[in-house]
Design a protein around this ligand. Structure first.
Ligand code: ADP
Ligand code: MG
Ligand code: MG
Length: 201
């Protein structure tokens, strides 16, 4: 079974920053339809800060430490709702990994599962509310199969937010007018899984 070390997690965060940079305009366009047109720039700023912290300085020694540092950085550098939510996801997952030098894909899945539960608690949200959880929950569930399956499931989860009416976040202010647009946070969550699948190859 594959062992994932701290360097793997640094590569994941770096790949995430790259794909977010590439898709930032699209994320902001999605957020301009049902939010305040800042999701792309929020995520860009946050993940640029994450890369600075985990890849450009002294790298954290364990997988858990990489995720905790990344999560803290997102919380402190992103003003929007997505900063504390993604920050909580990564920090909680990092804490769940503890101090192990290497973790298995199953340990990563369980840790992300704990992180996703913490997001739902912080946001008072659940799948079906048209949020990042609609991509995160199926993505994490499919990690039992493979990283590729998780990326695919998260992408499908993001697409499935199109017909939903938002019940949480800014998009919920639009009521029924939020229907017909893909949720920006679910879209960026799918990108995080795409980055994970890419670095696992
Ligand atoms: P803001 O809405 O503060 O401008 P962003 O635009 O960066 O923040 O992020 C918006 C995304 O955050 C939404 O598309 C949604 O996926 C996610 N989100 C907002 N509120 C919640 C919540 N309560 N629970 C889970 N996700 C949420
Ligand atoms: Mg926004
Ligand atoms: Mg905002």
């Amino acid at each position: 079974e594959t062992a994932l070390d701290a360097a793997f997690f640094v590569r994941w965060m770096t790949a995430a920053a790259t794909v977010i940079d590439r898709e930032a305009t699209r994320l902001t366009e999605l957020d301009s339809a049902i939010g305040d047109a800042d999701h792309g720039t929020n995520m860009q700023r946050g993940f640029a800060a994450v890369v600075k912290t985990v890849a450009e300085g002294e790298p954290p020694a364990t997988p858990g430490a990489v995720l905790v540092a990344a999560g803290r950085q997102l919380i402190s550098s992103v003003g929007g709702a997505s900063g504390p939510l993604y920050g909580t996801l990564l920090r909680r997952a990092g804490k769940a990994l503890g101090e192990a030098a290497e973790v298995s894909p199953e340990e990563l899945r369980a840790a992300l599962d704990a992180g996703v539960a913490a997001v739902g608690q912080l946001g008072g949200s659940a799948p079906g509310d048209k949020t990042m959880l609609d991509a995160l929950v199926p993505g994490v569930a499919a990690l039992t199969t493979s990283f590729d399956a998780a990326a695919e499931a998260a992408g499908e989860g993001a697409s499935a937010t199109v017909p939903m009416q938002a019940r949480k976040g800014r998009a919920s202010y639009l009521g029924a007018r939020s229907i017909g647009h893909q949720d920006p946070g679910a879209t960026s969550s799918a990108l995080l899984f795409a980055a994970l699948a890419e670095v696992a190859k």
